[in-house]
Design a binder for this molecule. Structure first.
Ligand SMILES: CC(C)(COP(=O)(O)OP(=O)(O)OC[C@H]1O[C@@H](n2cnc3c(N)ncnc32)[C@H](O)[C@@H]1OP(=O)(O)O)[C@@H](O)C(=O)NCCC(=O)NCCS
Length: 158
């Protein structure tokens, strides 16, 4: 799998044997990270897919999703701190939009913490529309979850 831009980056579909490096990345990016066991278990579910971005041998970013035949939910997008603001998040989202398109999926959904402005800007830049909110959804911060949706008929590279 290739993508335009920084040629030293490689984008690949992740497999169960990547669970440990996924968990290390989660640890670097989230206050409630998935453990290696949770990452490993996710791959047992046929609806789960994850795609990673490697610089040399290091996993520097990843995106994970669940999908049915007509909906895809983005679970997590994470870019290791030293690699942020290099458009890697955008490239991962674009990759998922392309894959959803190839699978004939019409709708993408995600939830994001209200105060996660970096992620909200990323999603909005990629064309996701805010469609609702779940008040005080996150137990750790008490923040609302904002719901975003993307309809594939509007697809354009972000
Ligand atoms: C959110 C995250 C994935 C963005 O990844 P990234 O590779 O740095 O994002 P990109 O470089 O592709 O940026 C794309 C757009 O997102 C927005 N953005 C990214 N980081 C931002 C920040 N710190 N502040 C404000 N806007 C930001 C900008 O609009 C940016 O476009 P621009 O570069 O033209 O200004 C990254 O900050 C991250 O891993 N955060 C921690 C994990 C997380 O919160 N994930 C989301 C869970 S829902």
């Amino acid at each position: 799998m290739t993508a335009s831009g920084d040629v030293s980056l490689r984008f690949v579909r992740l497999e169960q044997n990547h669970a440990a490096v996924m968990a290390a990345l989660e640890q670097a990016c989230f206050t409630l990270p998935w453990s290696a066991a949770q990452c490993k278990a996710a791959f047992d579910q046929p609806a789960f897919m994850a795609f990673g971005c490697f610089r040399a041998h290091d996993l520097v970013a990843y995106i994970s999703v669940y999908h049915t035949s007509d909906e895809l939910e983005i679970l997590n997008v994470a870019v290791t701190p030293r690699e942020r603001r290099k458009r890697i998040g955008r490239r991962l989202l674009t990759l998922v939009l392309q894959i959803a398109h190839e699978l004939g999926i019409s709708k993408l959904l995600l939830e994001v913490q209200e105060r996660n402005y970096a992620a909200r800007n990323l999603y909005e830049k990629c064309g996701f529309m805010r469609v609702g909110a779940r008040p005080r959804y996150y137990q750790d911060s008490g923040e609302d979850a904002l719901l975003y949706m993307y309809e594939l008929r509007d697809m354009s590279e972000c």
